[in-house]
Design a protein around this ligand. Structure first.
Ligand code: NAD
Length: 252
């Protein structure tokens, strides 16, 4: 397998916001933009992994502590970051938490909390970056969904519903923001071999199921998702908007 990563010269001059960038796929996305020479600001609540990642990547990568379920704090931290580092050209709505739950145990409070972690902040982060993107004449927003809602992931109805809603949200935002030159696309990963997936969900049985269902008989790695995100952020995709890119090794 090749490790070659494309270079997109336009990304060097871009300021990029990434939610949930401290670990997993988000950390690979942070690294990918840093390698393009972008100025990167990532928002995460992980006070351990976040600063360590930022410190390892130099002066153009910045960690901002934020619990994305707090919409008021989100609005404040995004405004402060734009004032300090410049208005954002790119937003990657990546953060989520794929906790499992059986239907009978879900309370109204738990349901709301699941949607706050997995869906709401994608809208509010978008709302926060729009004025700056309009001033700059455009931008690119990438919303992370999942094939979970297409393949019917078990024991996670709130997560699955959120991921389906993100595809709908993408279409709504792309239509409203297109006249301002802002592109909005949605990316649906398949199973990606992050530390959390290894720690919590990847059993030998699931491993076998993944390889049986995928056309390509290999687990997907986080940098392979990040490579598609930077392509959607760059001018290589300058007339691509309102689209869903499925990156699942042929599962769905
Ligand atoms: N890993 C997979 O197999 C897979 C498959 C399909 C889709 N996805 C999607 O890709 C994206 C990244 O997934 P991942 O597997 O890297 O997740 P992960 O759990 O490994 O990392 C998520 C990051 O988001 C942060 N985060 C979570 N809740 C937060 C909050 N309230 N405030 C601030 N930060 C918060 C975490 O601290 C963490 O750094 C998600 O949108 C997920 O739904 C992942």
């Amino acid at each position: 397998m090749s490790n070659a990563v494309a270079t997109y010269p336009d990304l060097k001059a871009k300021t990029v916001a990434i939610t949930g960038g401290a670990s997993g796929i988000g950390a690979a996305i942070v690294l990918a933009f840093a390698e393009q020479g972008s100025r990167v600001v990532f928002f995460d609540k992980d006070m351990n992994a976040g600063p360590v990642l930022a410190d390892s990547l130099g002066n153009d990568v910045h960690f901002v502590k934020l619990d994305l379920t707090d919409a008021d704090a989100l609005s404040c931290r995004f405004a402060e970051a734009a004032a300090e580092f410049g208005a954002f050209d790119v937003l990657v709505n990546n953060a989520a938490r794929d906790d499992r739950h059986d239907i009978g145990s879900v309370t109204p409070e738990y349901w709301r909390e699941r949607l706050a972690v997995n869906l709401d902040h994608q809208f509010f982060a978008t709302q926060a970056v729009i004025p700056g993107m309009i001033d700059k004449g455009g931008g690119s927003i990438v919303n992370m969904s999942s094939i979970a809602w297409r393949i019917g992931l078990e024991n996670a109805p709130a997560y699955v519903a959120s991921k389906a809603a993100i595809e709908g949200l993408t279409h709504a935002l792309a239509r409203d923001l297109g006249p301002s030159g802002i592109r909005v696309n949605c990316l649906l990963p398949g199973f990606v071999r992050t530390q959390r997936q290894l720690d919590k969900w990847l059993t030998p049985e699931l491993h076998e199921q993944i390889l049986r269902n995928q056309c390509l008989k290999q687990l997907i790695e986080p940098p392979q998702i990040a490579a598609m995100v930077i392509m959607l952020a760059s001018s290589a995709s300058q007339v691509v908007t309102n689209q869903t890119l499925v990156v699942d090794a042929g599962w769905s």
